[in-house]
Design a binder for this molecule. Structure first.
Ligand SMILES: Cc1ncc(COP(=O)(O)O)c(C=O)c1O
Length: 442
């Protein structure tokens, strides 16, 4: 690694985690704080001025998402939106049987008013949603996780088998945050609606990286987050299709009684500005990111033959690349990359005792060692060709010696297979990973 590489500003390739706040969002947030600081629920003139800013932002966010303004419920982010969708729809379905008539199926089932309790979701949902599903299961809600294949694609046959007339809600992410693999929303919408169930789509990663229309998606509920598209953190939205009943989590009159609490007006104004900024160059940015991602994957695979693209056979977001560097643990790769001025991430979760394998990669059938090896590079609209060239060069310089050392130290593949240790990292690499991880920030 040369001193000039280390001294330069880091290359940020973690846009799926969060994005820098764009200038347009900052300007609108400042403006809202200076000029629309009143409570939008107040009836006096300053309150009404704030209310107009809120209504204008609602219109702009809804327009970006292909939704009607009345369908939009502002939340504190996608995690809250996911909770509102799942808990709100389940409570509504079990309390009042309120969704039976939604898709005109009550008569067909002859079951109007029947209580639906089951929740179906994919095995690769965001950890916050899976944790909620686990909690619901522990409390007695029947929950079913639909598997994915080795490329991270949803098993549609398994989805079809699991969605029956007892299902209240199917929850499926639009695209996976670790691999970028896109999910078959139209097909699952048809399966859900054929059984009279609702479909919730966690579109947190899809928004801003693909053309997205709530109206055309078939979804009944959709979660989005501002900070993934150049807006501020702590604001997002749940889209609720007209006629869909959800029980609120937070009581109050705001957001048409669907989410109480004074609205985060600066955040919402920033969200609206970020939506417009994203829409202005979306097609161009998507094409540019896809070309740069291709260059990254080709460059790394050419220089480091151990590199494997996870989910390569699936339809993926244009900006996301989940790579395995042979037997090297992700935390070791990330530490070396950061030292060389490249910032990326892994889906594997750090815990006190070490690294937990990524639930997404485990669901894709990778073994535990492989599921600890996935490194996510996620590009954004500011990523340049020079950033990618620098990443390929830095990764090659930092990782080639490690891979060579590991290849020499690792038992021959046939012997490893016989011992059931295929792809297990060598003792030397594992020790280096533990030592470097100890020095890494949480
Ligand atoms: C797919 C997905 N869903 C939900 C979230 C949570 O979003 P927020 O940070 O707005 O709560 C994330 C963020 O990492 C995500 O990638």
């Amino acid at each position: 690694m040369s001193a000039s590489i280390a001294a330069a500003a880091p290359v940020y390739l973690d846009w799926n985690a969060t994005t820098p706040v764009c200038a347009e969002a900052m300007a609108e947030m400042l403006d809202a704080m200076q000029h629309a600081w009143a409570n939008p629920s107040s009836t006096h003139a300053p309150g009404q001025a704030a209310r107009r800013v809120l209504a204008d932002a609602r219109l702009r966010v809804a327009s970006f998402l292909g939704a009607r303004p009345a369908e939009l419920v502002f939340t504190s982010g996608a995690t809250e939106a996911n909770h509102l969708a799942v808990l709100g729809a389940l409570a509504s379905a079990s309390g009042r049987g309120g969704i039976e008539g939604m898709h005109g199926l009550a008569a067909a089932h002859g079951a109007a008013g029947r209580v639906r309790r089951r929740l179906v979701l994919s095995a690769v949902e965001h950890p916050g949603l899976l944790a909620l599903a686990d909690r619901l299961a522990a409390e007695g809600t029947p929950v079913h996780r639909v598997p994915v294949d080795r490329e991270g694609r949803l098993d549609l046959a398994a989805a079809r088998a699991s969605i029956d007339s007892d299902v209240a809600l199917v929850s499926l992410m639009g695209a996976n945050n670790e691999t970028g693999v896109c999910m078959p929303l139209a097909e699952v919408a048809a399966l859900a609606h054929a059984q009279g169930a609702l479909l919730h789509v966690d579109a947190t990663q899809l928004a801003g990286k693909a053309q997205l229309s709530f109206a055309a998606s078939g979804a009944d509920l959709m979660s989005v987050s501002a900070h993934k598209i150049g807006g501020p953190k702590g604001v997002g939205a749940l889209l609720v299709r007209k006629g869909v009943a959800i029980t609120p989590l937070i009581a109050g009159r705001q957001e048409r009684h669907r989410r109480g609490g004074t609205e985060n007006l600066p955040g919402i104004a920033g969200f609206a500005a970020a939506c417009e900024r994203t829409a202005a160059t979306l097609e161009r940015d998507m094409a540019a990111m896809a070309a740069l991602r291709h260059r990254l994957e080709q460059g790394l695979a050419a220089a480091l033959p151990a590199v494997r693209v996870l989910g390569a056979g699936a339809n993926r977001l244009p900006n996301t690349s989940c790579l395995s560097f042979g037997t090297l643990a992700a935390e070791l790769v990330l530490a070396r990359l950061e030292r060389a001025g490249i910032v990326a991430s892994s889906g594997a979760a750090c815990s006190a005792g070490g690294t937990q394998p990524s639930h997404v990669l485990l669901a894709m059938g990778l073994d535990e060692a492989e599921a600890r090896s996935g490194v996510r590079f996620s590009l954004g609209r500011d990523t340049s060709a020079a950033d990618i060239e620098r990443t390929v060069a830095a990764a090659t310089a930092a990782l080639a010696p490690l891979l060579r050392a590991d290849a020499n130290a690792t038992v021959a593949p046939s012997a490893a297979n016989a011992a059931g240790q295929a792809n297990a990292p060598s003792a030397a690499t594992a020790a280096a990973a533990v030592a470097e991880a100890a020095a890494m920030p949480a």
